[in-house]
Ligand binder design. Structure first.
Ligand code: EPZ
Length: 420
């Protein structure tokens, strides 16, 4: 396993370009199961999770390879409708092959995804939507087995205890595009990644309106053809890099950014009086004076993204004053707290709240990555801690960031990858 060694204290300077969005490319790759024709996806980041999804597509009968940011998906000779536990259990997003397999092959057997350190991760909303479209569902030995002679459009309310569900919206939308008649998804997720999936499906010939709003309308069609698509920029990677610039009191410009997708984050950073300058496709962040503590509550889009919670916590650990971070999407998403405290942070957990008291400095330490965004928060803390921080088990980081250390090195960070 690899680790990252980070020597803190460098103010980051320069320009960096954001890669394509992990959480857009994964469902879009799954959507290629809806057609027998070729699809070409560009702007694809080379991530562990992307390679896992490509392995799943190949196990389902597709030819799919990533080459210099481009994935070409074509159909192999035989089709398989079983998504194996060994692959699905390593990546929850694999579960979104259920909708397209069912729509295209009228049957699907997909392993239930396990939980993970950030939460139980139920799939009740996915199953509610698929069932509403007319599928017969059963749970057999840890697999969801779904069959449907035909899927019929209907009105589906997809709001759950924690609000809308990104992948449930994706799954149901992909099942509905080949259903007979109209489907209306209410309390749909509005994330930009859901919009990007809908745009790809429309290029394939699907009839979708309202994507990006809580009500999505889908008129089923007989079949979908192939399509070419370029993935949107990764707003979470962009936000992570913005925090890297701020926590090191540097001055960086992040390119290939869709500014509108960062509204809640930028609003909070401006409240903290960070220096944010925007253009159409880039954001410049710098620290003109000491930033202020802020309170954050994570919510479904367009609210503050849960995927930026850990990174903002790192920034608040060295911001004088008291910041309160409330996690409403995954109330247990605080694996990073203990590790940050080992670096000298003062964070107190109270249920879904983390009370962060800013300290004058963090101290380097060996710390353990536990999940994707917690890993990023530890890297950010290492950039500003006194001494050499080792972040272990960074395969978690590699799931969602394309060579993050190279991007940070290019901005002046003293960071290198080593074998553990
Ligand atoms: C997507 O996961 C993202 N992953 C997550 O990003 C992100 O944190 C999450 O959306 C929320 O924004 C991908 O897109 C691949 P949800 P998803 O269904 O769709 C509950 C990262 O770091 N829920 O929107 O699985 C669920 O427990 C990853 O890049 C149900 O109750 O999340 C959570 O509390 C981590 N029943 C809330 O809804 C369901 O059937 C939102 O989850 C489904 C979800």
């Amino acid at each position: 396993m690899d680790k990252l060694i980070i020597e803190g204290g460098v103010r980051l300077k320069g320009e960096v370009t954001v890669s394509g969005a992990k959480n857009a490319v994964l469902p879009i790759l799954a959507a290629t199961l809806l057609t027998d024709y070729a699809c070409v996806i560009k702007g694809v980041p080379n991530l562990r999770d992307v390679n896992t999804m490509l392995r799943i597509l190949r196990s389902l009968g597709k030819n799919a390879e990533l080459d210099k940011g481009i994935v070409t998906v074509t159909s192999g000779r035989q089709k398989n409708f079983v998504a194996d536990y060994r692959l699905v259990s390593t990546m929850r997003a694999s579960f979104c092959v259920l909708g397209p397999l069912l729509a295209k092959l009228k049957k699907a057997k997909v392993s239930l995804p396990g939980g993970c350190v950030i939460g139980i991760r139920p799939v009740d909303l996915h199953l509610k939507g698929i069932k509403a479209l007319g599928a017969d569902l059963s749970i057999e030995s840890g697999y969801v087995v779904a069959t449907a002679q035909k899927l019929t459009g209907c009105r589906i309310y997809l709001g759950g205890v924690y609000g809308s569900s990104v992948l449930a919206t994706d799954n149901v939308m992909m099942a509905a595009v080949l259903a007979k008649g109209k489907t209306i998804i209410e309390s749909a997720a509005c994330e930009p990644e859901v919009m990007d999936l809908a745009e790809f499906l429309i290029k394939m010939g699907a009839k979708i309106e309202g994507h990006g709003t809580p009500t999505i309308e889908i008129e089923g069609v007989r079949e979908l053809h192939g399509a070419n698509h370029t993935i949107i920029a990764d707003r979470i990677e962009a936000g992570t890099l913005m925090v890297a610039g701020l926590i090191t009191k540097g001055d960086i410009t992040i390119k290939n950014v869709v500014y509108q997708h960062l509204g809640a984050l930028i609003d909070k950073l401006e409240e903290a009086e960070a220096g944010i300058t925007k253009t159409d496709t880039s954001v410049r962040v710098r620290v003109k004076k000491q930033i202020k503590p802020i309170n954050i509550t994570t919510l479904p889009y367009p609210g503050f993204p849960t995927d930026m919670q850990a990174q903002m916590m790192s920034l608040m650990t060295v911001t004088p004053g008291i910041s309160v971070i409330t996690e409403k999407i995954y109330p247990d998403r605080f694996m990073h707290v203990a590790e940050l405290n080992r670096m000298g942070a003062h964070i107190q957990r109270e249920g879904p709240h983390a009370i962060v008291e800013g300290v004058s400095h963090l101290s380097a330490a060996p710390v353990m990555a536990s999940d994707l965004r917690a890993s990023a928060s530890l890297v950010l803390a290492g950039l500003v801690a006194c001494g050499k921080t080792s972040v272990l088990r960074i395969y978690h980081l590699d799931r969602g960031y394309e060579r993050l250390e190279d991007k940070l090195q290019a901005l002046g960070a003293r960071i290198r990858r080593e074998k553990e």
